[in-house]
Design a protein around this ligand. Structure first.
Ligand SMILES: [Zn+2]
Ligand SMILES: [Zn+2]
Length: 100
C-alpha cells in the first residue's frame, strides 16, 4: 500500500512497510525519545532509503489521534490522511507502559 502526504511527499508517494504490533510500539517509543534511532532501525530492518525512513519517522504520531501537523484531534484509523490539513499520519494506538 502506498502512502501519500500532499504536504511533503512527491505525488507518487512511498510504499508503506508492514509493521508488527511490537514494532509499532518500538518505533513510537523511538520517535519520542530518539528519532535518529528510529530512522536507523527502519533502514536496517526494512531496507528503506534514508529519504523513506526519515519520512516515516516524521509522520508517526506522538499522540494517538492527534495530527502531527495541525491541531486536529480526532484521527481514526492507523494510516490516515488528516481530514483537516491533509497531512499523512501513522496513527498507531501507542500506550506507554504504565507499570514499570
Ligand atoms: Zn507530510
Ligand atoms: Zn492535520
Amino acid at each position: 500500500m502506498k502512502i501519500q502526504c500532499p504536504k511533503c511527499l512527491p505525488k507518487e508517494g512511498i510504499e508503506r512497510p508492514d509493521f508488527s504490533t511490537s514494532e509499532k510500539d518500538k518505533l513510537s517509543e523511538m520517535v519520542k525519545n530518539n528519532p535518529m534511532k528510529g530512522m536507523m532501525y527502519l533502514r536496517e530492518q526494512h531496507m528503506l532509503s534514508l529519504h523513506d525512513a526519515k519520512y516515516i519517522v516524521l509522520h508517526i504520531n506522538e499522540k494517538t489521534g492527534h495530527c502531527n501537523r495541525c491541531n486536529f484531534d480526532n484521527l481514526k484509523g492507523e494510516y490516515i490522511n488528516c481530514p483537516k490539513c491533509g497531512a499523512f499520519n501513522f496513527n498507531w494506538m501507542y500506550k506507554p507502559q504504565e507499570n514499570i
